[in-house]
Structure formats: structure tokens, C-alpha cells
Ligand binder design. Structure first.
Ligand SMILES: Cc1ncc(COP(=O)(O)O)c(C=O)c1O
Length: 399
């Protein structure tokens, strides 16, 4: 009989020459467990998804309650489904009035697709700007605005009239012109290796968009829901986008995405043609119920503030001869190492130290730390002690 590992390699479509190949049978809080009971501290939250921890009882209860009432009823936007309505209302209560209309989809990539279409439709223009080292997803439109030529070139032709700017380079903003439908940006670049916007770069970008009539899209798919120490990263920088993209933690561990805008902008999907974006499963009631429960936990337990405090503990504890910098906001951190060749060793050997760590797509000299926001002080100390053992081992392998 084949093992699950063999079945995984035989029957699941593979995209990586070196997948993690960890089998997990249970996950709770910040921990994952293998079938033989080995404990792993999850330091990546399934890539910024599990902000309220794994198997959070309140989220599980919301899922069970909703599935007992109904699951899928009808394609998005036709029937009044209370989990969607309640969640959209709650999001609106947290966001500025100009972000009062939420369109729920299935994923981050679909949120990007919806937002690009919305911007083209509202402005009647086609030109789109994005930034080098940006990651916005893997579908064709999202890939067209991805900031890596290596990934894009393999799949050309992509969306026409898409152009890359350099993050934090103010003079490049002059390229945004009257033909531009939108500019899409992560306010803090994630896969680029947690790159923070410098000075008033985002404010200057906002001003340029206002001058030219281009819509400003913030991709907060990775930075949302308390991850960077505020509920949304845009709050840190005092810049409000025209369209906000959410996914990942939005669903509390269930698949869910959203593009959010003003009623005026969003209404351009209603006519000429009608049904400007269609999704069967978008805003699935079970995902919305889970997401709403998760958001309530983030608010009630003040997890954004907790992320800010925990960030300082990681930064203080991770002093090590191999570490040159721990950068980032809240619990979206990049640990930069002095020997870039060591990153592969560190991430691939993390499981033997009871840790789950991850790479960045576009940053070779750092690894990611983004645990569930519920992580407690003693758990951070335990995780950092394991990381330092791993870093010692990494250094000794070279000597
Ligand atoms: C900033 C950002 N945007 C978009 C996406 C795409 O989201 P999804 O994988 O749900 O399609 C990701 C996924 O990692 C992301 O980090």
C-alpha cells in the first residue's frame, strides 16, 4: 500500500521541485502536529491566513452553525445571505465611508481580477501600473501585474498595457498618466521580503493618482486583519485607496476574497454589460461566517495591538551572529541573514527543530516570520530559542 506521501507525489499536481512534504493530522492555536504526534510551531500562518490560530473554537462553532443552516444557495449577488450581509456591514464599519461596498470572491487572485476589471470599467482606460517585486496572485490578470519578469515571461502574452514601476522611487510616479486606469500596490511588499514604504511615498502616489484620475488599488491580502499592528496597513500611512483588496485572513481559515470600493465605483459593474463580474462560490456563506467570527476575535482580543508587542519581542530575541536585520511591522517579519546561501538550509531544516518557516518569492537573503497573532510571549521565546539553535547549526555546517 502506498503511503500518503507517495500518493501526494503520485496524484497531486506538483509545482515545486522541493515541496515541504510534511504530513499534518491536527492543528491547534500556533501548533501543527504530525500523525506520530511531533509538534511544529507554525511561524507562517499558512502565509498570513490563520491570524486567530488553527481550529479556533469560535471560528469552528461559526462554521458548524452556518453549515447546519445552509451552504451554497445561488451564485453571488442574487440572494440575501445573512453571513455575507453581516460581514460586509462589519467591514464597512471598520473602513472609511469611501470603502462601503464589498464584492466577495473566492481568493486573492480573484479579488485582483475583479479590481482590475472594475478600474478599467470605471475609468474607461486600459493602462495599469504595478511594482517590481510585487506579488498579486497567479491568474492571468494577476500575473500580468506581478513584479517579476521571470514568472511573467513564461506565460506571455499577458494583459496588454501593463507596466512596472519601482517601489519607493518617487520619480517613477511621473509615468502614471491620463491613460492610466489604475495603480496596484501592496502598501507593504510581502513576497519582495517585507519592504516598507519609505517617507511619504504612498501619499505622493495618492496625489499622482488624484491628478491623473487613475484609481489607486491597495492589495492588503497579506497585510490585512491586524497582521502589521493595525487592522489594515493603510491606516499606518494615512492613505485611503479607491479599491481595497482582502483575502487570506479575511476568511478565518476558509477560502474568501473581496474587492471593496465606493458605491459609485462599484456600480459600474451593474450595466453595459450587466453582471460585470460573476462568481459561483464567491462570498460562500460558510466562509463569511468563519471570517466574521475571526474578525470578532481580532477586535475583542485586540490582536493588532498584540502583533505590535510581539513584533518587538521577536526583534529583540533574534539577535544572532548570522542575522543582519529583522525588518517588518507587527507580525509580518523578514529575518535577513548575512549568508544568503543559508536561507535554503534554514527553511528546509526548520521542521527538524519543530518549526515551520518559509521563503519569500522575490527575496533570497531572508526568511519569513508571520505566526498567528494569538502567539503568546512564552511561545515566542520558545520559537526564538528553536530558531537560534537552527541558526547555530546552520553556521556550524559551514565551519
Ligand atoms: C499580496 C498578495 N496578493 C495576492 C495574493 C494571491 O492570493 P491567492 O493565493 O488567494 O490567490 C497573495 C498570495 O500570496 C498575496 O500575498
Amino acid at each position: 500500500m502506498l503511503t500518503n506521501r507517495q500518493l501526494f507525489l503520485k496524484y497531486l499536481g506538483q509545482t515545486s521541485p522541493s515541496p515541504m512534504l510534511l504530513e499534518i493530522s491536527r492543528a491547534e492555536g500556533i501548533y501543527m502536529y504530525s500523525p506520530d504526534g511531533k509538534e511544529y510551531i507554525d511561524l507562517i500562518s499558512g502565509v498570513s491566513v490563520s491570524n486567530t490560530g488553527h481550529s479556533n473554537p469560535k471560528v469552528t462553532e461559526a462554521v458548524k452553525h452556518q453549515i447546519d443552516s445552509y451552504s451554497h444557495l445561488m451564485v453571488y449577488g442574487e440572494m440575501i445571505q445573512s453571513p455575507q450581509v453581516k460581514y460586509a456591514e462589519r467591514l464597512a464599519s471598520l473602513l472609511p465611508p469611501s470603502l462601503g461596498s464589498t464584492y466577495f470572491v473566492n481568493s486573492g487572485s480573484e479579488a485582483v481580477e475583479g479590481a482590475l476589471k472594475l478600474a478599467k470599467r470605471f475609468t474607461g482606460r486600459s493602462r495599469i501600473f504595478s511594482f517590481r517585486n510585487a506579488y498579486h496572485g497567479s491568474t492571468h490578470g494577476a500575473l500580468s501585474v506581478q513584479g517579476s519578469e521571470i514568472y511573467r515571461n513564461a506565460f506571455r502574452p499577458l494583459l496588454p498595457d501593463t507596466h512596472l514601476l519601482t517601489f519607493n522611487e518617487e520619480q517613477s510616479l511621473a509615468s502614471i498618466d491620463g491613460k492610466t486606469a489604475c495603480v496596484i500596490i501592496e502598501p507593504i511588499q510581502g513576497e519582495g521580503g517585507i519592504v516598507l514604504p519609505s517617507g511619504d511615498f504612498l501619499k505622493k502616489l495618492r496625489t499622482r493618482c488624484d491628478r491623473t484620475g487613475a484609481l489607486l488599488i491597495f492589495d492588503e491580502i497579506q497585510t490585512g486583519f491586524g497582521r502589521t499592528g493595525t487592522m489594515f496597513a493603510f491606516e499606518r500611512y494615512g492613505v485611503i485607496p479607491d479599491i481595497l483588496l482582502l483575502a487570506k485572513a479575511l476568511g478565518g481559515g476558509m477560502p474568501l476574497g473581496a474587492f471593496i470600493s465606493s458605491h459609485e465605483i462599484m456600480s459600474s459593474l451593474i450595466s453595459d454589460p450587466v453582471l460585470g463580474h460573476i462568481t459561483t462560490f464567491g462570498g460562500h456563506p460558510v466562509s463569511c461566517a468563519a471570517g466574521l467570527a475571526s474578525l470578532s476575535i481580532i477586535e475583542d482580543e485586540k490582536l493588532a495591538d498584540a502583533a505590535e508587542r510581539s513584533s518587538a519581542v521577536f526583534k529583540k530575541e533574534l539577535l544572532h551572529p548570522l542575522v543582519s536585520e529583522v525588518r517588518g511591522e507587527g507580525l509580518l517579519l523578514a529575518v535577513r541573514v548575512k549568508d544568503p546561501g543559508a536561507v535554503r538550509y534554514i527553511v528546509s531544516h526548520a521542521p527538524t527543530h519543530g518549526l515551520i518557516l518559509d521563503y519569500f518569492l522575490f527575496c533570497d537573503d531572508a526568511f519569513r516570520i508571520a505566526p498567528p497573532l494569538i502567539i503568546k510571549n512564552d511561545e515566542i521565546l520558545k520559537a526564538c530559542s528553536r530558531i537560534k539553535d537552527l541558526l547555530d547549526e546552520t553556521m556550524s555546517r559551514n565551519s
